[in-house]
Design a protein around this ligand. Structure first.
Ligand code: PMP
Length: 401
């Protein structure tokens, strides 16, 4: 018999498993709102026009080679990524206090940052929001950190539990690491206001808590790259240290290219240099060096004024379509007289709406309406279209009445 015969069948990933179930459903009206990927009004995946142009440039350039990148990845991409998230005029960049390494999208950036902290930072506990993206606890546990949660979401208001958040961070041991969603919190779609961010910043700095930003949706929440980066820039402006994991999956639609970056903002150029040397020791035995294609696409777009501008327009169009889906779904429920307060659909921000539907209601909607979503009631607004809003509104109406 096989030496692996004793294995038990592992469960599907709770998020990716939704798509597995969806793919098996033969119904012509089926709707997948599980996956966090942008879809057009026609329900199709979207490759941005600027990405096509950048790829064409790369193909036409016969001098391009496919040698290994350095351990830290494509250096120009790293510089441009730091600027994109910290701002063109960031003093930290000017003072060479930022070290940036290309990683395998947001997930890889979080993992490399987590392992670096587990090895070299004095506190091994990371606080994550309750609830959060399902992969967070697994990434940080495997990186060697201890994961604890802080209160974030208030089910009664479907908004932020700001008091609970302040209490929990206030009670965290000094120096603890705190994971912060830079914008478009996943899964709740609930972000602190700028005033609340300022209070969080003051509290965290006064207790020496280490901010680790997860920026998976820059530009996707508000439609503006700068607005969505504001909370991070507030923390960098005070001169303190922090980590930032960036993903280009959503905002450039480069999901499968696995392109992202980890930046560590340090107090001095000297420290930043040492940090980079240690990041290389984390990366080398993990995957040696990152892939070249996706980072090259990003670099072509970020370095060229015209392409960059074109990107911001395409990004804004995606964000606007999502916002419009929120309005349409909200109006459709109002038109049906669906009981309950559904204003959170238009108040929440980013790719997801945290509907407040429970697992039993979700399962009813899947069985009776062929609508797929994660069991926590999270729906991807990017998977909706004007054509499918009525079907979803019918299902929600049926399940709550
Ligand atoms: N963080 C959050 C909060 C996310 O929602 C995602 C994508 N679902 C990621 C990180 C990382 O995604 P990726 O590895 O595809 O960049």
């Amino acid at each position: 018999g096989s030496v692996f015969a004793h294995l038990v069948q592992a469960p599907e990933d709770p998020i990716l498993g939704v798509t597995v179930a969806y793919n098996k459903d033969p119904s012509p009206i089926k709707l997948n709102l599980g996956v966090g990927a942008y879809r057009t009004e026609e329900g199709k995946p979207l490759v941005l026009n600027v990405v096509r142009k950048a790829e064409q440039q790369l193909i036409n350039d016969r001098s391009r080679i496919k040698e290994y990148l350095p351990i830290v990845g494509l250096v120009e991409f790293n510089k441009l990524s730091a600027k994109l998230i910290l701002g063109d005029d960031s003093p930290a960049i000017r003072e060479n206090r930022v070290t940036t390494v290309e990683c395998l999208s947001g997930t890889g950036s979080l993992r490399v940052g987590g392992e670096f902290l587990a090895k070299h930072y004095h506190q091994k506990t990371i606080y994550i929001t309750q609830p959060t993206w399902g992969n967070h606890p697994k990434i940080f546990t495997l990186a060697g950190l201890t994961v604890k949660t802080y209160r974030y979401y208030d089910p009664s208001t479907r908004g932020l539990n700001f008091q609970g958040l302040l209490e929990d961070l206030g009670a965290a041991p000094p120096g603890s690491i705190v994971l912060l969603h830079a914008c478009a919190h996943n899964p709740t779609g609930v972000d602190p206001t700028i005033q609340q961010w300022e209070q969080i910043r003051k509290l965290m700095r006064s207790k020496g808590l280490m901010p680790f930003f997860d920026s998976a949706y820059q530009g996707f929440a508000s439609g503006s790259l700068d607005t969505d980066a504001k909370p991070i820039r507030m923390f960098v402006a005070d001169g303190g240290e922090c980590l930032v994991a960036q993903s280009y999956a959503k905002n450039m639609g480069l999901y499968g290219e696995r392109v992202g970056a980890l930046s560590i903002v340090c107090k001095s150029a000297d420290v930043a240099g040492k940090v980079e040397s240690q990041l290389k020791l984390v990366i080398r035995p993990m995957y040696s060096s990152p892939p070249i294609h996706g980072a090259s696409i990003v670099a072509v777009i970020l370095r060229d004024k015209n392409l960059f501008h074109e990107w911001t327009l395409e990004l804004k169009a995606m964000a606007d379509r999502i916002i419009s889906m929120r309005k349409q779904l909200f109006e459709a429920l109002r038109a049906r007289g669906t009981p309950g307060d559904w204003t959170h659909i238009i108040k929440q921000i980013g790719m997801f709406t945290f509907t407040g539907l429970n697992p039993a209601q979700v399962s009813f909607m899947t069985k009776e309406y062929h609508i797929y979503m994660t069991s926590d009631g999270r729906i991807s607004m990017a998977g909706l279209s004007s054509k499918t809003v009525p079907h979803l509104a019918d299902a929600i109406h049926a399940v709550v009445t």
